[in-house]
Design a protein around this ligand. Sequence first.
Ligand SMILES: Nc1ncnc2c1ncn2[C@@H]1O[C@H](COP(=O)(O)OP(=O)(O)O)[C@@H](O)[C@H]1O
Ligand SMILES: [Mg+2]
Length: 167
Amino acid sequence: MDRIGCFSEQTVELSVKSKSRERTIEIGRVFGSFLPAGSVISLEGGLGVGKTLFAGGICAGLGVMDKVLSPTFILLEEYDGLFPIMHFDLYRLEKLEEVQSLGLIDAADGCNVVLVEWGDRLPDGVLRFDIKVYIQIVSSNERIIDFNAPENFTRALMENNVFNNGS
Ligand SMILES: Nc1ncnc2c1ncn2[C@@H]1O[C@H](COP(=O)(O)OP(=O)(O)O)[C@@H](O)[C@H]1O
Ligand SMILES: [Mg+2]
């Protein structure tokens, strides 16, 4: 598998189904294995859809050995992977100033991989996301994961088995 060097300008949509939590982690791992340095990613959907599990998969794909937990109560967790990873959770965000004091804008301006749960809580234009991931619950163990992502990255995902055998 070849990690993407940089993202193409054009973005496309991709949708994949996950029938288990393990599958969601695996999809995240493959996703993380193609991410270039500096990727800024929004993880969206309601409470309990699987954003943190997916973030854990992304971290695994970036070589992180630690367990990835929800930063809901602390708003930011950092991991050392192939690149520094900053995992934010904006569920409890009340004021836009908190984003500044958390260092989110600065974090997204370097080689860090930035994962933002509830990224859709940010007003338009505050941050430019390279990829948006939107997870929906289908049933207790099933999820639909929608991606809006650069065309070259999406192509790399689609060539991977995890994205084309539907289980
Ligand atoms: N296919 C699936 N993908 C992701 N999570 C699933 C799936 N099926 C069941 N779950 C459960 O949904 C929950 C997702 O939790 P979490 O990742 O913390 O969600 P969020 O961060 O979106 O609030 C976990 O308890 C997980 O076991
Ligand atoms: Mg979470």
